[in-house]
Design a protein around this ligand. Structure first.
Ligand code: 4AD
Ligand code: MG
Length: 431
């Protein structure tokens, strides 16, 4: 018989079916063995009885343990007592791969599960998150295709920093040294002079010394860069992209979101609402007036300030015009207010912090040179980047979304580590 997925079998609802997968739960007596089988599509209860399959095979069934891979052929029917409302009465079964004393049992510590991540990703929780992640990533491709963007892939080994030297991962490169990408941005800026509108999804590396629930050392930044766009256009575009992607996740993964404890109706409302844009100076005012927090102009918003600010919003918020002084070298100052930069962050509600960072790009070589020198950078490494301003420069803007931050938010995760299958942090780089 032809195998079908557990989901397809349940859709069929009656008659003969053949399914295969892994044993998620098992229990039994000396007459009946109950197996909850899982595959990538779902779970289903299967019953193997001594009466139907005979003594010899029942002895084999009796010994089946969790995570054994197996195939089962039988008759499916509705059963309100079964975990997913259907049950398969087995006529025959075959064991494909044995499993003995699976190490992951109930109530294991976070540490143990991280140590056994290669097995833990089979869990229903991780499976649900990985499905949402898959939708998120492919939905971006759809979005940018609709918008007429080209996919552009940057180098991962880069000779220069983009977001400050302190979080660079140094790599021995033959007799030289290079760094793992902190962002694709500088290369995307080169690409817009050929392709005009580009996007990508790429691994990004930061030697973060903080052990927070929001920071990874390796994460996927999903970025875009567009010629001719200004700050207003690019920040509105970021809202549109996220709304599109979240809508697609709601369409494709309602079941998973519910399983993860997310309120899907709330997400739908968020997508429909207008997401505000405020200036950094207005954010300071809200903090002062509503939270009694004094943040002087010129200080970056820390996690605590972002969280307190976001208590007053129930959608993501774009904050623009951070102080020029503390911004990355490529963020230009606003001609109208020299102490402000033409940049933005998008903050997520519910304490998930900064999910997007972006800006208009400086076209002023002198301004950038000064900022880089102040950071102690070797200007030689940036001459290629300055060339982009020397030969037919045009205004352009872009942003980067922290994929795991958004996934953590929409999946209601308490730690960003679960938004990626094999997290890399200051303390974890195995398995
Ligand atoms: O704000 P960031 O540093 O911006 C850039 O790197 C720009 N060059 C992007 C661009 O304009 N093309 O990083 C962008 C986003 C942050 O808003 C955050 O969501 C995420 O990347 N991010 C991290 N996510 C997980 N772990 C970390 N250590 C992260 N650092 C940044
Ligand atoms: Mg940032």
């Amino acid at each position: 018989m032809k195998f079908m997925s557990i989901k397809e079998a349940m859709k069929k609802g009656s008659g003969k079916v053949a399914v295969r997968g892994w044993v998620w739960r098992e229990r039994g007596s000396n007459k009946v063995k109950f197996i909850v089988l899982r595959d990538s599509s779902g779970i289903i209860q299967c019953v193997i009885t001594r009466e139907t399959i005979g003594d010899q095979l029942f002895e084999v069934a009796d010994k089946i343990q969790v995570e054994t891979s197996m195939a089962i052929e039988g008759r499916i029917k509705k059963d309100s007592r079964a975990p997913t409302g259907y049950e398969i009465e087995a006529d025959s079964f075959g064991i494909i791969g044995e499993s003995h004393t699976y190490p992951i049992t109930k109530d294991q510590s976070r540490e143990f599960l991280d140590e056994n991540r290669h097995l833990w990703i089979r869990s229903r929780k991780m499976t649900a998150i990985m499905k949402v992640r898959s939708t998120f990533m492919t939905a971006r491709d759809e979005f940018f295709k609709k918008k007429g963007f080209y996919r552009f892939d940057p180098p991962i080994l880069q000779p220069n920093q983009c977001e400050g030297g302190s979080t660079l991962f140094e790599v021995k490169y033959y007799n030289n040294k290079t760094y793992l990408s902190q962002s694709w941005q500088l290369y995307a800026e080169a690409a817009v002079f050929a392709l005009e509108r580009v996007y990508d999804s790429a691994p990004t590396f930061r030697a973060e010394k903080s052990k927070t629930s929001r920071h990874l050392s390796e994460f996927w930044m999903v970025e875009m860069e567009a010629a001719w766009m200004d700050l207003h256009e690019v920040s509105e575009f970021a809202k549109e992209e996220l709304k599109y992607v979240i809508s697609r996740v709601i369409e494709e993964n309602e079941e998973e979101l519910k399983f993860l404890g997310q309120d899907v109706e709330k997400l739908k409302r968020i997508v429909k609402k207008k997401w505000p844009t405020i200036k950094y100076r207005e954010a300071l005012k809200i903090l002062k007036e509503k939270e009694n927090m004094d943040v002087p102009f010129g200080k970056d918003l820390r996690t605590i300030e972002e969280d307190r600010l976001m208590k007053h919003f129930d959608t993501p918020v774009v904050v623009t015009h951070y102080p020029k002084e503390i911004m990355a070298f490529y963020k230009p100052s606003d001609p109208a207010n020299k102490d402000e930069a033409l940049c933005f962050d998008m903050l997520a509600p519910e304490g998930y912090g900064e999910i997007v960072g972006g800006s208009q790009r400086s076209t002023d070589i002198e301004e950038m040179r000064k900022a880089l020198e102040k950071e102690g950078e070797d200007i030689k490494n940036y001459e290629w980047y300055f060339d982009l301003r020397r030969y037919g420069s045009v205004p352009h803007s872009g942003y980067g979304i922290g994929a795991e931050r958004v996934i953590a938010w929409i999946c209601k995760l308490d730690n960003i580590k679960d938004a990626i299958a094999f997290p890399r942090t200051m303390l974890r780089w195995k398995p």
